[in-house]
Design a protein around this ligand. Structure first.
Ligand code: ADP
Ligand code: MG
Length: 291
Protein backbone atom coordinates (compact mmCIF):
# COMPACT_ATOMS: atom_id res chain seq x y z
CA UNK A 1 0.00 0.00 0.00
CA UNK A 2 1.57 3.25 -1.03
CA UNK A 3 1.09 6.12 1.40
CA UNK A 4 0.29 8.44 -1.51
CA UNK A 5 -2.67 6.45 -2.83
CA UNK A 6 -4.03 5.96 0.69
CA UNK A 7 -3.81 9.69 1.31
CA UNK A 8 -5.58 10.36 -1.99
CA UNK A 9 -8.29 7.82 -1.04
CA UNK A 10 -8.76 9.41 2.39
CA UNK A 11 -8.99 12.82 0.78
CA UNK A 12 -11.64 11.65 -1.65
CA UNK A 13 -13.61 10.04 1.18
CA UNK A 14 -13.44 13.29 3.15
CA UNK A 15 -15.07 15.11 0.23
CA UNK A 16 -18.03 12.76 0.78
CA UNK A 17 -18.12 13.49 4.52
CA UNK A 18 -16.41 10.19 5.39
CA UNK A 19 -13.62 10.97 7.85
CA UNK A 20 -11.10 8.16 8.41
CA UNK A 21 -8.88 8.66 11.46
CA UNK A 22 -5.95 7.04 9.65
CA UNK A 23 -4.99 5.32 6.44
CA UNK A 24 -5.01 1.90 8.13
CA UNK A 25 -8.78 2.20 8.64
CA UNK A 26 -9.37 2.98 4.97
CA UNK A 27 -7.33 -0.17 4.23
CA UNK A 28 -9.28 -2.28 6.75
CA UNK A 29 -12.66 -1.20 5.36
CA UNK A 30 -12.36 -3.22 2.15
CA UNK A 31 -11.96 -6.46 4.13
CA UNK A 32 -15.21 -6.06 6.09
CA UNK A 33 -17.68 -8.95 5.74
CA UNK A 34 -20.34 -8.09 8.33
CA UNK A 35 -21.91 -4.74 9.14
CA UNK A 36 -23.58 -4.43 12.52
CA UNK A 37 -25.94 -1.45 12.69
CA UNK A 38 -27.22 0.04 15.91
CA UNK A 39 -30.96 0.73 15.60
CA UNK A 40 -31.71 4.04 17.31
CA UNK A 41 -30.05 7.01 15.61
CA UNK A 42 -28.25 4.81 13.08
CA UNK A 43 -30.95 2.92 11.13
CA UNK A 44 -33.64 5.26 12.53
CA UNK A 45 -33.66 9.05 12.76
CA UNK A 46 -33.03 8.90 16.49
CA UNK A 47 -35.75 11.50 17.01
CA UNK A 48 -38.42 9.54 18.82
CA UNK A 49 -41.82 11.10 19.44
CA UNK A 50 -44.36 10.27 22.12
CA UNK A 51 -47.30 8.73 20.25
CA UNK A 52 -49.39 6.81 22.80
CA UNK A 53 -50.31 7.16 26.47
CA UNK A 54 -52.36 4.53 28.29
CA UNK A 55 -52.87 5.23 32.00
CA UNK A 56 -54.84 3.01 34.36
CA UNK A 57 -56.17 3.66 37.85
CA UNK A 58 -55.09 7.31 38.06
CA UNK A 59 -55.84 10.62 36.30
CA UNK A 60 -53.75 10.78 33.12
CA UNK A 61 -52.28 14.23 33.83
CA UNK A 62 -51.26 13.21 37.34
CA UNK A 63 -49.56 10.03 36.12
CA UNK A 64 -47.82 11.89 33.27
CA UNK A 65 -46.52 14.40 35.84
CA UNK A 66 -44.76 11.56 37.68
CA UNK A 67 -43.44 10.07 34.44
CA UNK A 68 -42.13 13.42 33.14
CA UNK A 69 -40.51 14.26 36.48
CA UNK A 70 -38.74 10.88 36.50
CA UNK A 71 -37.54 11.22 32.89
CA UNK A 72 -36.48 14.87 33.07
CA UNK A 73 -33.13 14.01 34.68
CA UNK A 74 -32.32 11.36 32.04
CA UNK A 75 -30.27 12.20 28.96
CA UNK A 76 -31.58 9.25 26.95
CA UNK A 77 -33.26 10.20 23.63
CA UNK A 78 -36.34 8.25 24.77
CA UNK A 79 -36.50 10.39 27.92
CA UNK A 80 -36.29 13.60 25.90
CA UNK A 81 -39.15 12.41 23.69
CA UNK A 82 -41.29 11.48 26.68
CA UNK A 83 -40.69 14.81 28.47
CA UNK A 84 -41.33 16.86 25.31
CA UNK A 85 -44.56 14.92 24.61
CA UNK A 86 -45.83 15.34 28.18
CA UNK A 87 -45.06 19.07 28.21
CA UNK A 88 -46.82 19.41 24.84
CA UNK A 89 -49.89 17.92 26.52
CA UNK A 90 -49.82 20.85 28.96
CA UNK A 91 -48.82 18.86 32.04
CA UNK A 92 -46.68 20.68 34.63
CA UNK A 93 -43.87 18.51 35.97
CA UNK A 94 -43.18 18.21 39.69
CA UNK A 95 -39.54 17.91 40.81
CA UNK A 96 -38.00 14.48 41.30
CA UNK A 97 -36.51 13.94 44.76
CA UNK A 98 -34.28 11.10 43.58
CA UNK A 99 -33.28 9.88 40.17
CA UNK A 100 -31.29 6.95 38.82
CA UNK A 101 -30.78 5.90 35.19
CA UNK A 102 -30.65 2.11 34.80
CA UNK A 103 -28.81 1.70 31.45
CA UNK A 104 -30.63 -0.66 29.09
CA UNK A 105 -33.67 -0.80 31.39
CA UNK A 106 -35.05 2.70 32.04
CA UNK A 107 -35.26 5.04 35.00
CA UNK A 108 -36.03 4.80 38.67
CA UNK A 109 -37.01 7.92 40.61
CA UNK A 110 -38.83 9.20 43.67
CA UNK A 111 -41.40 11.90 42.93
CA UNK A 112 -43.55 13.49 45.67
CA UNK A 113 -42.58 10.66 47.97
CA UNK A 114 -43.60 7.91 45.54
CA UNK A 115 -41.28 5.50 43.77
CA UNK A 116 -41.63 5.80 39.99
CA UNK A 117 -40.37 3.36 37.34
CA UNK A 118 -40.40 3.89 33.57
CA UNK A 119 -38.85 1.29 31.33
CA UNK A 120 -38.71 -2.28 30.11
CA UNK A 121 -40.44 -5.47 31.26
CA UNK A 122 -37.17 -6.49 32.91
CA UNK A 123 -37.08 -3.25 34.91
CA UNK A 124 -40.50 -3.95 36.45
CA UNK A 125 -39.61 -7.61 36.98
CA UNK A 126 -36.42 -6.63 38.81
CA UNK A 127 -38.48 -4.40 41.06
CA UNK A 128 -41.20 -7.01 41.59
CA UNK A 129 -44.03 -5.06 39.91
CA UNK A 130 -46.60 -7.11 37.95
CA UNK A 131 -47.85 -5.79 34.59
CA UNK A 132 -49.89 -8.64 33.05
CA UNK A 133 -52.74 -6.31 31.98
CA UNK A 134 -50.30 -4.22 29.91
CA UNK A 135 -49.13 -7.04 27.65
CA UNK A 136 -51.72 -6.93 24.80
CA UNK A 137 -51.39 -3.15 24.26
CA UNK A 138 -47.62 -3.30 24.65
CA UNK A 139 -47.30 -6.01 22.01
CA UNK A 140 -49.58 -4.08 19.66
CA UNK A 141 -47.40 -0.94 19.90
CA UNK A 142 -44.25 -3.00 19.41
CA UNK A 143 -45.62 -4.72 16.31
CA UNK A 144 -46.06 -1.19 14.92
CA UNK A 145 -42.33 -0.62 15.49
CA UNK A 146 -42.89 1.62 18.52
CA UNK A 147 -40.96 1.38 21.78
CA UNK A 148 -43.47 0.86 24.61
CA UNK A 149 -42.36 1.60 28.16
CA UNK A 150 -44.08 0.43 31.30
CA UNK A 151 -44.91 2.88 34.08
CA UNK A 152 -45.14 1.99 37.77
CA UNK A 153 -46.10 4.53 40.44
CA UNK A 154 -46.04 3.78 44.16
CA UNK A 155 -45.02 0.19 43.47
CA UNK A 156 -48.06 -0.51 41.24
CA UNK A 157 -48.40 -0.82 37.49
CA UNK A 158 -49.90 2.49 36.25
CA UNK A 159 -49.73 2.38 32.47
CA UNK A 160 -47.73 2.57 29.28
CA UNK A 161 -46.12 5.25 27.16
CA UNK A 162 -45.04 4.53 23.58
CA UNK A 163 -42.69 6.42 21.29
CA UNK A 164 -42.11 6.06 17.57
CA UNK A 165 -38.78 6.57 15.86
CA UNK A 166 -38.98 6.17 12.09
CA UNK A 167 -36.23 4.87 9.81
CA UNK A 168 -34.13 7.35 7.84
CA UNK A 169 -35.31 7.80 4.25
CA UNK A 170 -32.06 6.35 2.89
CA UNK A 171 -31.71 3.35 5.24
CA UNK A 172 -33.53 0.72 3.13
CA UNK A 173 -31.68 1.64 -0.08
CA UNK A 174 -28.36 1.65 1.77
CA UNK A 175 -28.99 -1.80 3.26
CA UNK A 176 -29.91 -3.15 -0.20
CA UNK A 177 -26.67 -1.75 -1.60
CA UNK A 178 -24.56 -3.24 1.21
CA UNK A 179 -26.14 -6.65 0.55
CA UNK A 180 -25.45 -6.28 -3.19
CA UNK A 181 -21.82 -5.63 -2.29
CA UNK A 182 -21.79 -9.03 -0.60
CA UNK A 183 -21.99 -7.91 3.03
CA UNK A 184 -24.04 -9.48 5.81
CA UNK A 185 -26.12 -6.80 7.57
CA UNK A 186 -27.19 -7.24 11.20
CA UNK A 187 -29.16 -4.78 13.36
CA UNK A 188 -28.35 -4.61 17.08
CA UNK A 189 -30.37 -2.85 19.77
CA UNK A 190 -31.23 -2.74 23.44
CA UNK A 191 -34.85 -2.38 22.41
CA UNK A 192 -37.23 -5.34 22.60
CA UNK A 193 -37.38 -8.01 19.90
CA UNK A 194 -40.83 -7.19 18.51
CA UNK A 195 -40.04 -3.49 17.97
CA UNK A 196 -36.59 -4.31 16.61
CA UNK A 197 -37.98 -6.78 14.09
CA UNK A 198 -40.62 -4.32 12.88
CA UNK A 199 -37.94 -1.67 12.26
CA UNK A 200 -35.54 -4.18 10.69
CA UNK A 201 -38.27 -5.33 8.30
CA UNK A 202 -38.80 -1.71 7.15
CA UNK A 203 -35.06 -1.38 6.51
CA UNK A 204 -34.78 -4.76 4.76
CA UNK A 205 -32.57 -6.25 7.48
CA UNK A 206 -33.16 -9.96 8.14
CA UNK A 207 -30.87 -10.55 11.10
CA UNK A 208 -31.59 -8.87 14.44
CA UNK A 209 -29.84 -8.92 17.82
CA UNK A 210 -32.42 -7.45 20.21
CA UNK A 211 -32.57 -6.79 23.98
CA UNK A 212 -28.79 -6.49 24.07
CA UNK A 213 -27.74 -4.79 27.29
CA UNK A 214 -25.20 -1.94 26.98
CA UNK A 215 -22.29 -4.13 28.13
CA UNK A 216 -23.42 -6.89 25.73
CA UNK A 217 -22.89 -4.93 22.51
CA UNK A 218 -19.10 -5.35 22.45
CA UNK A 219 -19.53 -9.04 23.39
CA UNK A 220 -21.82 -9.53 20.38
CA UNK A 221 -19.15 -8.03 18.08
CA UNK A 222 -16.52 -10.36 19.62
CA UNK A 223 -18.75 -13.39 19.00
CA UNK A 224 -19.01 -12.50 15.29
CA UNK A 225 -15.23 -12.02 15.13
CA UNK A 226 -14.75 -15.41 16.80
CA UNK A 227 -16.47 -16.90 13.72
CA UNK A 228 -13.53 -15.57 11.72
CA UNK A 229 -15.47 -12.66 10.21
CA UNK A 230 -14.26 -9.09 9.78
CA UNK A 231 -16.81 -6.88 11.50
CA UNK A 232 -17.71 -3.22 11.08
CA UNK A 233 -20.01 -1.70 13.68
CA UNK A 234 -21.92 1.54 13.14
CA UNK A 235 -23.45 3.43 16.05
CA UNK A 236 -24.11 6.81 17.58
CA UNK A 237 -24.69 6.29 21.29
CA UNK A 238 -22.67 6.29 24.49
CA UNK A 239 -23.74 2.62 24.78
CA UNK A 240 -22.19 1.83 21.40
CA UNK A 241 -18.67 3.11 22.20
CA UNK A 242 -17.19 -0.20 23.52
CA UNK A 243 -18.57 -2.09 20.49
CA UNK A 244 -17.18 0.55 18.11
CA UNK A 245 -13.75 0.16 19.71
CA UNK A 246 -13.97 -3.66 19.52
CA UNK A 247 -15.02 -3.89 15.86
CA UNK A 248 -12.41 -4.24 13.09
CA UNK A 249 -13.80 -0.95 11.83
CA UNK A 250 -15.84 1.27 14.16
CA UNK A 251 -18.12 3.71 12.35
CA UNK A 252 -19.64 6.66 14.22
CA UNK A 253 -22.57 8.73 13.04
CA UNK A 254 -21.45 12.39 12.99
CA UNK A 255 -24.47 13.56 14.97
CA UNK A 256 -23.77 10.99 17.69
CA UNK A 257 -22.28 11.18 21.16
CA UNK A 258 -18.68 12.49 21.44
CA UNK A 259 -17.57 9.27 23.12
CA UNK A 260 -18.87 7.23 20.15
CA UNK A 261 -16.93 9.44 17.71
CA UNK A 262 -13.79 9.09 19.87
CA UNK A 263 -14.10 5.29 19.98
CA UNK A 264 -14.65 4.94 16.21
CA UNK A 265 -12.19 4.68 13.30
CA UNK A 266 -14.43 6.50 10.82
CA UNK A 267 -17.04 9.22 11.24
CA UNK A 268 -19.90 9.73 8.77
CA UNK A 269 -20.65 13.45 8.68
CA UNK A 270 -23.79 12.93 6.58
CA UNK A 271 -25.26 10.48 9.05
CA UNK A 272 -26.65 8.27 6.28
CA UNK A 273 -25.99 4.55 5.91
CA UNK A 274 -25.32 5.12 2.21
CA UNK A 275 -21.97 6.57 3.35
CA UNK A 276 -20.99 3.10 4.65
CA UNK A 277 -21.44 1.62 1.19
CA UNK A 278 -19.54 4.57 -0.29
CA UNK A 279 -16.71 4.08 2.22
CA UNK A 280 -16.38 0.38 1.37
CA UNK A 281 -16.47 1.09 -2.36
CA UNK A 282 -13.75 3.73 -2.01
CA UNK A 283 -11.63 1.45 0.15
CA UNK A 284 -11.94 -1.38 -2.39
CA UNK A 285 -11.01 0.97 -5.23
CA UNK A 286 -8.04 2.44 -3.35
CA UNK A 287 -6.66 -0.98 -2.45
CA UNK A 288 -7.26 -2.34 -5.97
CA UNK A 289 -5.18 0.53 -7.43
CA UNK A 290 -2.36 -0.30 -5.08
CA UNK A 291 -2.13 -4.01 -5.82
P1 ADP B 1 -30.73 1.31 22.21
O1 ADP B 1 -29.78 0.16 21.98
O2 ADP B 1 -31.88 1.25 21.24
O3 ADP B 1 -30.03 2.64 22.20
P2 ADP B 1 -30.88 1.25 25.19
O4 ADP B 1 -29.95 0.12 25.50
O5 ADP B 1 -30.41 2.61 25.50
O6 ADP B 1 -31.42 1.11 23.67
O7 ADP B 1 -32.25 1.00 25.99
C1 ADP B 1 -32.92 -0.23 25.91
C2 ADP B 1 -34.34 -0.08 26.37
O8 ADP B 1 -34.38 0.36 27.74
C3 ADP B 1 -35.15 0.95 25.59
O9 ADP B 1 -35.69 0.43 24.40
C4 ADP B 1 -36.23 1.31 26.61
O10 ADP B 1 -37.26 0.35 26.60
C5 ADP B 1 -35.49 1.22 27.94
N1 ADP B 1 -34.99 2.54 28.36
C6 ADP B 1 -33.73 3.02 28.25
N2 ADP B 1 -33.66 4.27 28.74
C7 ADP B 1 -34.92 4.62 29.13
C8 ADP B 1 -35.51 5.79 29.72
N3 ADP B 1 -34.82 6.90 29.99
N4 ADP B 1 -36.83 5.75 29.98
C9 ADP B 1 -37.56 4.65 29.70
N5 ADP B 1 -37.08 3.53 29.16
C10 ADP B 1 -35.77 3.51 28.88
MG1 MG C 1 -28.22 4.55 19.08
Amino acid sequence: ATPTSIMAGSGRAAEFGILFKGGEHLEAMQGVQVIVLDKTGTVTKGKPELTDVLIEGMAEAEALGYVGAAERASEHPLAEAIVAGIEARGVALPAAEQFEAVPGYGVRAVVEGKPVLVGTRKLLEREGVGYAQAVPAMERYETEGKTAMLVAIGGEYAGLVAVADTIKASSAAAVARLKDMGLDVIMMTGDNRRTAEAIARQAGIGEVLAEVLPEGKAEAVKRLQAQGRKVAMAGDGVNDAPALATADVGIAIGTGADIAIEAADVTLMRGELTSIADAIAMSRRTMANIR
